[in-house]
Design a protein around this ligand. Structure first.
Ligand code: NDP
Length: 334
């Protein structure tokens, strides 16, 4: 099988020699094991952090180890009754065409009639539950709230906007570039979309939300978080889902947002979360999300790159505004 290994720690952006693609032979299956054929890799912003020396919420990838990531795979051989041949398994796996595993870290993934595997995995594995938990458990949104979502055209942002609309909120997105902004408004259903690459962000937010923001769903950090904090209503909520603008930072310390003082001035509640803490409740979230998908209320938008060999280059798209929607690598056909 072909498999990516982590061989050089990048200082900033991922380099061509950060990971190395090797070919190796798979072992025979022992009792309790299964052979998986990878269909898709989920490329998530957090993967850059797993290659860093930050103090994280999870064990990082160690130098010299195979690259980890969330995957969906088909069971092609099995000596484990929980994973019959032909069924699907999703979970924390390796960037590899095939893998022999005892199944730990994977869960069976049902095939949903009417939903292609890519759409189901792309929305139900990470982005959908993250958007749901961020809006409901952390943000505690109410109908009529004005919700501001940053990185709105990314995997999490596209779902967050649609879920906020399903919950009768007014939803404003922040994204980079006219094409993404137009698409978010016309196709995804955002009420207003702001291009952060065009002009003063605070003024643009104030123009569409003169009364302020009830819930800020933050995916970016840096100056974009600063603008969001500036525009919060009294007693508003700031959901820290991600801070992608800092993930390529090296050892240097970057100053925090200037308008952090609004946590006091506007009496804000600010809370971060990690979706992995909510896996026990996945069935509940996934049932709701899949239901909305089948009703046509929640649409997935995939950004697919073909070929395991292109995975390292594809990952960089997340940090260079190169993706629209959920970035995945198709490793094998469905
Ligand atoms: P996305 O698909 O949202 O891709 C990243 C997007 O972020 C880019 O397309 C780009 O959009 C924007 N972006 C990147 N760098 C910058 C920058 N410097 N300034 C402004 N915008 C930038 O990725 P994900 O859906 O995987 O992740 C989105 C966020 O959600 C991340 O912060 C991630 O860490 C977080 N996350 C958190 C989880 C949790 O459990 N808390 C779970 C999953 C994700 P544009 O074109 O608009 O610039």
């Amino acid at each position: 099988t072909r498999r990516w290994y982590f061989v050089n720690r990048p200082k900033h952006q991922i380099e061509p020699d950060t990971l190395e693609l090797r070919t190796e032979t798979l072992p025979e299956l022992a009792e309790g094991e299964l052979l998986l054929r990878t269909l898709y890799l989920s490329l998530d912003a957090t993967l850059r952090l797993w290659l860093s020396e930050w103090d994280l919420y999870i064990d990082p990838v160690k130098l010299g180890d195979p690259m980890k990531g969330f995957v969906v795979a088909e069971v092609v051989q099995s000596r484990n009754p929980a994973f019959p041949v032909g069924s699907l398994a999703a979970g924390l796996g390796l960037w590899s065409e095939y893998i022999v595993t005892d199944g730990s870290g994977y869960s069976p993934m049902p095939r949903l009639p009417g939903l292609p595997i890519g759409d189901a995995f792309g929305t139900l594995a990470i982005a959908g539950p993250t958007a749901y938990v961020g809006l409901h458990e952390i943000g505690r949104i109410k109908p009529g709230d004005t919700v501001l979502v940053t990185a709105a055209a990314g995997a999490v942002g596209v779902i967050t906007g649609q879920l906020a609309k399903i919950h009768d909120c007014r939803v404003i997105g922040v994204a980079g570039g006219a094409d993404k902004c137009r698409w978010l408004k016309e196709e995804v259903g955002y009420d207003e979309v702001i291009d952060y690459k065009r002009g003063n962000l605070v003024e643009q937010i104030q123009a569409v939300a003169p009364d302020g923001i009830d819930v800020l769903f933050e995916n970016v950090g840096g100056e974009i978080l600063d603008a969001g904090l500036t525009c919060m209503k009294n007693f508003g909520t700031v959901v820290i889902c991600g801070l992608i603008s800092s993930y390529n930072d090296g050892a240097e310390r970057t100053p925090g947002p200037y308008m952090f003082r609004n946590v006091i001035m506007r009496r804000l509640r600010i809370e971060g979360f990690v979706i992995l803490d909510y896996v026990d409740r996945y069935p509940e979230y996934q049932q709701k999300l899949a239901g909305w998908m089948l009703e046509g209320k929640l649409k997935s938008r995939l950004h697919i790159v073909d070929g395991l060999e292109n995975a390292q280059e594809a990952l960089k798209l997340l940090y260079t505004s190169g993706n629209t929607g959920k970035l995945m690598v198709r490793v094998g056909s469905e």
